[in-house]
Ligand binder design. Structure first.
Ligand code: SAM
Length: 258
């Protein structure tokens, strides 16, 4: 491999691999799907190798972004990037089966958290911290428009990132349909719905939490078996996603352990 890799110092704190051959080797590895956050290609540049890399990235439905040459010069800190780089997550994603194995190992019904496009790494880290505290067996996130498992997430999770598997999926709606086939009861959350205090979270359950601005997307919410609401009597319209998750997960914890 002519490859190069570094831990770059930008605010996203992601690991960078650059050089077309390094990126191809990375994309050929069996864990590329779980590790690669984004592939960057120099605008206007084409070659057989670049085409091969793009094909591999698209096979795994990874994000491929065209960027100007000076952006690649910048992030590779003057390294020989050959018009191509990839950001990889410092922490590896898990497989769906890991969540079910995790539950089985503890002799418990699956307790799953689905995050519909959480964008703020501090929110994700803090959600992971609570998820670990209440024994969530795994978290499911969509591949697109979610924060990756960055160092900021790891730091905010205070170590929970090592214990709570995170699975990345291409299509949340299909994933929820699959979970339902496995007899998992799926609970959405919204500004209207059933009072969360009455939530019976015994059995195999999945809780969906929505994006910081847009909430849960309508197609995803439609898949929920029930929608839960945390009543609010003040002036603001909603709670912070991580605060809401904490309240809901502790209701589930109390109900599951009653
Ligand atoms: C900041 S809120 C999103 C608000 C968004 N404007 C909406 O109307 O859904 C982010 C997520 O936190 C959860 N959440 C926040 N406040 C909640 C509440 N009072 N009841 C239930 N879930 C809540 C939901 O999962 C929501 O999608």
């Amino acid at each position: 491999m002519t490859g190069n890799s570094n831990r770059n110092n930008n605010s996203e704190e992601k690991e960078l691999v650059y050089g077309v051959h390094s990126v191809i080797e990375l994309l050929k590895s069996s864990t590329a799907d779980q590790r690669v956050n984004k592939v960057l290609v120099q605008k206007g540049l084409s070659s057989e190798h670049i085409a091969e890399a793009i094909k591999l990235a698209k096979r795994d439905r990874l994000i491929v972004q065209e960027v100007p040459k000076n952006k690649l010069d910048d992030i590779s800190e003057g390294g020989n990037h050959q018009g191509m780089a990839a950001y990889i997550a410092p922490y590896q994603y898990a497989e769906m089966q890991d969540i079910f194995d995790n539950a089985k190992k503890k002799n418990e019904d699956p307790f799953i958290l689905i995050l519909d496009k959480i964008e703020d790494p501090h929110n994700l880290g803090s959600i992971m911290r609570t998820a670990d505290a209440v024994g969530v067996h795994g978290i499911i996130v969509p591949k697109h428009r979610s924060t990756g498992l960055t160092s900021t997430v790891a730091k905010t999770s205070t170590g929970a990132i090592e214990h709570v598997p995170v699975v990345r999926v291409t299509n949340l709606v299909n994933t929820i349909k699959d979970l339902k086939k496995k007899n998992v009861w799926v609970f959405g959350t919204a500004m209207e719905g059933d009072n969360y205090r009455n939530w019976n979270a015994k059995g195999a359950v999945a809780l969906i939490i929505g994006n910081e601005g847009k909430g849960i997307s309508p197609l995803v919410l439609k898949q929920a078996d029930q929608t839960l609401n945390i009543p609010m009597v003040g002036h603001v319209q909603s709670l912070n996603a991580s605060v809401a998750t904490g309240i809901l997960l502790y209701q589930a914890f109390a109900s599951r352990n009653a």
